[in-house]
Design a protein around this ligand. Structure first.
Ligand code: TEU
Ligand code: CA
Length: 551
């Protein structure tokens, strides 16, 4: 059985991964045909973002039927073939379960809209305020009110995301039973992992106006959340050994995560939190341009590493996913130090305590989309906010600059396979444009180059399996205040690891409180590392080095 502490997960956004029939959409057969590539990287699990029947208003996070494959992606036979071929290569599948909401096209919601009380109670319908306005002032994460008026009922329904994504009512036991049924169905198909979409938003608390924010404090980590997760665990994945689970925890608190992902709490194996990916926001506001706050980034990473370890809870560690800009563009340098900075960023994550997640194309150092016209954008959130920003008085060019930095489409451009039209992703017209740098950045070239970002990731992934200190070691921060360097130490029995990374494109000298005596270089992103003396090291632009010692 796999040990999730030694495992690495590779995330696939199938729509943008590989298209086998020329319709411009990636498909399940496309994933199957690239399994050898994924195997070469050395990962243990593939997390597949949703491929269930969906009107695709939010690229599949609006599920119409949890039991069937959207024909755009293929058939159930294609899925079974994928699972079988993956298994042959020692790779298990993790599916993405979207249970905070369904699509408005889901049969349950359609029945609710037709007035069927049983199904109305699957969702959250409420009367408006006496003046007829929405029940609360909560905002949708995609812009605008979180409530949609239904004239037939003179009521509103709640949608924390798009208007086409009505929130499910988890207080209703029948809803919880339906959800359990879905999980059991996919477990029977041999699925060994689940990622739960925005799962910490399912338990709504009081429905009150928020005079301090957008409403999230009323439904984030809500009153019954731990009860629901324990129940889910007990009724489904907890009954089979070796299933790994990860909860996507939106705006969560660390205290709640101790419980969500605690060793003995019987909720989930691990959690994603996003605090470290808001250091270039203004508070919770993402649609602004502010430079990334390095001090804050370091503090958040260190606090979560230490806090979760001290409380016997487990992190998922990552920079990238389908909702985030590309990390090399965000915190690295996509120009002169493209390769060094991509490797440096990978080093930090892959030596952390937690299970690393690699998002498709991250292992190639893929960059932000570089779109310059709104017609190139496909994401509902980006398109809404492009309008909202201009309504707020920003110029169009400022709105573009913000989208270029923050849009989720930055990570959704197709996988760059080779130096061919559309990066070899499709022979047709891709649903979203391929990044124009595919001739320089693509899988084929990197597989041939020993010094590539791909091969560096491969080495990091292998190290987690070979060195127990990486998988199981304690965490200790080394220098909280240095303005350019991230450094930390891991210890496990007689093994010690020091990770030292220069986060900037300039030379720096760094003095450690620890001695380097007896340490050897395990991996680094420059040919040779200059250790000045037993406590001093010179780091070149974006240099990262991992030192190891066993007594
Ligand atoms: O994302 C949840 C989420 O809140 C964010 O990552 C979101 O994209 C961001 O806050 C917007 O600024 C999950 C999925 O990963 C995402 O793709 C879905 O759109 C969303 O849930 C709704 O299902
Ligand atoms: Ca296709």
């Amino acid at each position: 059985m796999k040990d999730f502490k030694k495992s690495v997960v590779y995330q696939i956004y199938p729509k943008s991964f590989y298209d086998t029939n020329g319709d411009g959409f990636g498909d399940l057969k496309g994933v199957t045909s690239k399994l050898d590539y994924i195997k070469e990287l050395g990962v243990d699990y593939i997390w597949m973002t949703p491929f269930f029947v969906s009107p695709q208003k939010d690229n599949g996070y609006d599920v119409e039927n949890y039991y069937e494959i959207d024909p755009r992606y293929g058939t159930m036979e294609d899925f079974e073939e994928l699972a079988k071929e993956a298994k042959k290569r020692g790779i298990d599948l993790m599916l993405d379960m979207v249970f905070n909401h369904t699509s408005d096209q889901h049969e349950w919601f359609q029945k609710a809209l037709s007035g069927d009380e049983k199904y109305k109670n699957y969702y959250i319908f409420k009367k408006g305020k006496p003046d007829g306005s929405a029940p609360t002032n909560w905002e949708s994460k995609f812009g605008g009110s979180a409530w949609q008026y239904v004239p037939e009922f003179d009521e509103y329904y709640l949608h924390l995301f798009d208007v086409s994504q009505p929130d499910l009512n988890w207080e209703n036991e029948e809803v919880r039973k339906e959800v359990q049924k879905v999980i059991r169905f996919w477990m029977k198909k041999g699925v060994k992992g689940f990622r739960f979409d925005v799962i910490n938003l399912i338990s709504k608390g009081e429905f009150e106006d928020d005079d301090q924010g957008d409403g999230r404090r009323f439904y984030t980590d809500g009153p019954n959340i731990h009860k629901y997760l324990r129940e889910l665990n007990e009724q489904t994945f907890g009954q089979e050994e070796g299933i790994i689970t990860v909860g996507e925890m939106s705006s969560t608190s660390m205290e709640n995560c101790f419980q969500y992902a605690g060793e003995d709490s019987h909720e989930l194996s691990m959690v994603f939190n996003f605090h470290h990916l808001k250091v270039d926001f203004m508070g919770n506001e993402k649609w602004v341009l502010v430079p990334a706050d390095f001090g804050k980034l370091k503090q958040i990473l260190f606090d979560w590493q230490k806090g979760m370890a001290d409380n016997h809870a487990w992190n998922a560690v990552f920079w990238c996913n389908h909702d985030q800009p590309r990390v090399v563009s965000r915190f690295g340098d996509e120009g002169m130090y493209w390769k060094q900075s991509a490797k440096m960023l990978a080093t930090i994550i892959h030596c952390f305590r937690g299970t690393p997640y690699v998002y498709q194309g991250e292992e190639l150092g893929m960059t932000n989309a570089g779109f310059t016209d709104i017609s190139q954008y496909q994401d509902v959130e980006s398109i809404n906010h492009f309008r909202i920003l201009q309504e707020k008085g920003l110029t169009q060019s400022d709105a573009y600059r913000i989208l270029q930095i923050h849009s989720r489409d930055n990570s959704r451009t197709p996988m760059q396979w080779e130096k061919k039209e559309h990066g070899g992703f499709t022979t047709g017209t891709p649903w979203i444009e391929v990044n124009r740098n595919y001739e320089r950045i693509n899988a084929k070239e990197e597989l041939e180059d020993k010094d590539s970002i791909f091969h560096y990731y491969q080495q990091l992934i292998r190290m987690r399996k070979e060195y127990d200190v990486i998988a199981y070691g304690d965490f200790e921060e080394l220098d909280r205040n240095h303005p350019k360097v991230i450094a930390y130490k891991r210890t496990y029995g007689t093994e010690q690891l020091q990770v030292i990374a220069n986060f900037y494109g300039v030379d720096v000298e760094w003095k450690s409180s620890q001695s380097f005596n007896g340490f050897e270089v395990l991996i680094g992103n420059y040919d040779e590392t200059t250790i000045e003396d037993d406590k001093k090291i010179s780091l070149r632009p974006y240099e990262a080095v991992v030192l190891y010692k066993k007594e």
